[in-house]
Design a protein around this ligand. Structure first.
Ligand code: FAD
Length: 472
């Protein structure tokens, strides 16, 4: 491994230049008490480019740094499942912050009419606000609204991708167009950086004077707190070892037992270690994709590592590019023209079945394999990649309009999936409708969108074993 770059190196400056977007036209306020890092999507301190930028700005202006994370009941699909993951990780972050010399606070807004202006009050005393650049989960919209009223400069920094998202300024057409561009930049982007805390500590007097009701993790019972929140309690928490330790344990288990035969085992949905199952950790930013890739490359399975790299980097960063560069990423309008021509031609084709959202949600289709996939999602917060493709393609066939299919899939995926609301959620779902793909042979309903069939899938993997794992 090469010697880590210092935080103030040219390397870090170059990477940050490609990850940073200024969100408003307001100037830095030199009299501010601190630099505020508002943590929204990158829930970690390690390999966090927004945090790096905030530390560098704090040092440049001679200010301390305050890291703030909050959780509201107002985000889309706010439920026990998502709340629990975020709060358990926050507890771990709180413990780690002290060790790393960072000042981190977490504020939980339990009810909709509780104090809703915490970040505004913190920004009123800040020289500058740094936050995460993230296109989905309502974060881009929330940041834009905040930046428009903030009294100081607001800067967004992307930490989701290994290769900085700013390296690709246009929407990429397909995996084959972004793959060679990523290949040229990946090794450089993976070079390690020596992280360190800011030079100036936040004075206790400032910490105490902030008017915030921060969580005291010394006496904090996550499930009792979640029960008090004004959120959807019908989507319960699921077993999940939230946090960097959990992510590293999952990664180690996969490298030990799954990576060697990843190319084959990833095609078997009943094989629980055949793929990494890191998507929730990556979604919440609990572990960086760079750490995952370095670990996988360090294992002695170069062929499998290459295949895994293609999923983790090419497909994941293609999805990020799509959501950043196509504002219709959650709509049929985000799809290419050939898909629209095909959908127009086939919109009135007879469907083999039409299901309502409620029937789909309750896993009441005529196909037990599809129902098992839906039950996996609802019960565990995860669905295997192979069944996810079949799940999405089938719903396209089972609604009266393509738009209903897209809306139902996005809702179910994002409501139940621990990895939902992610750029990869939209990339994956839109792939079912032809995004990133090419036209195939014309068929009823699918038109020239690549078809997939639940019946044919049964010949390729052990569907019965999978169905048995998620019984009605
Ligand atoms: C209909 C549909 C919905 C999807 N919804 C989501 C979602 O909500 N969240 C999500 O993270 N992924 C989603 N995907 C992509 C993919 O199915 C999951 O990322 C993958 O199954 C996660 O399992 P894993 O962590 O074991 O993946 P692994 O095979 O171990 O791959 C490692 C990582 O690479 C990334 N990755 C793998 N495949 C893809 C892909 N096709 N597109 C983008 N990134 C990928 C993920 O971050 C994943 O954790 C969806 C795909 C489809 C077809």
């Amino acid at each position: 491994m090469s010697t880590p770059h210092a935080l103030e190196s040219q390397f870090v400056a170059d990477q940050l230049a490609l990850r940073t977007v200024i969100a408003n036209g307001v100037r830095t306020q030199p009299e501010g008490d601190y630099i505020l890092y508002w943590m929204q999507s990158t829930h970690r301190f390690e390999e966090n480019w927004a945090l790096r930028h905030a530390i560098l700005e704090a040092d440049r202006l001679g200010k301390p740094l305050l890291i703030h994370q909050g959780l509201d009941p107002t985000y889309e699909h706010a439920n026990d499942r998502i709340h629990t993951v975020i709060l358990e990780n926050a507890r771990a972050l709180h413990r780690r912050a002290e060790r790393l010399g960072l000042r981190y606070q977490f504020v939980l807004r339990r009810r909709r009419d509780d104090d809703r202006r915490v970040v505004d009050r913190l920004a009123a005393r800040a020289a500058m606000v740094v936050t995460d650049l993230f296109p989905t989960a309502g974060i881009a919209e929330r940041t834009a609204r905040f930046a428009a009223r903030a009294p100081c400069r607001v800067v967004m920094v992307e930490s989701h991708a290994i290769v900085p998202s700013g390296a690709f300024v246009k929407e990429e057409y397909a995996a084959r167009t972004i793959r060679p561009k990523i290949a040229k930049l990946l090794d450089l982007a993976l070079e390690p950086v020596a992280d360190r805390p800011p030079r100036k500590a936040l004075p206790d007097s400032v910490w105490r004077s902030l008017e915030v009701d921060r969580v005291n993790f010394a006496r904090f019972n996550v499930s009792a707190e979640v029960a008090q929140c004004e959120i959807d309690h019908a989507v319960p928490a699921v077993p999940f070892a939230s946090g960097l330790d959990g992510a590293r344990a999952r990664l180690d288990a996969f490298v030990r037992d799954g990576l060697e035969d990843y190319a084959e085992r990833r095609n078997e949905p009943s094989d629980t270690n055949g793929s990494s199952r890191l998507s929730p950790y990556l979604h919440f930013g609990q572990i960086s994709a760079a750490e995952v890739l370095r670990t996988v490359r360090g294992a002695a399975h170069p062929e499998s590592a290459k295949k895994f790299e293609d999923e983790l980097v090419t497909w994941r960063e293609l999805a990020l590019n799509f959501c950043l560069r196509n504002r219709h990423y959650g709509k049929l309008r985000g799809l290419p023209d050939w898909v629209h021509r095909s959908m127009e031609k086939h919109k009135d084709d007879p469907r083999e079945a039409i299901y309502s959202l409620a029937q789909l949600e309750r896993a009441e289709s005529h196909d037990e394999l599809w129902n098992a996939a839906q039950r996996e999602l609802v019960r565990t917060g995860y669905m295997h990649n192979v069944t996810r493709m079949l799940w999405g393609k089938s719903v396209l066939l089972w609604t009266a309009r393509y738009k209903h299919a897209l809306d139902h899939l996005i809702l179910l995926n994002n409501k139940y999936g621990l990895d939902g609301r992610d750029p990869s959620s939209y990339g994956g779902i839109q792939w079912c409708f032809g995004k990133f793909d090419r036209p195939w042979f014309d068929k009823p309903v699918f038109g020239v969108i690549r078809p997939m069939s639940l019946a044919r899938a049964r010949e390729k993997f052990d569907a019965e074993a999978y169905i048995r794992m998620f019984p009605a």
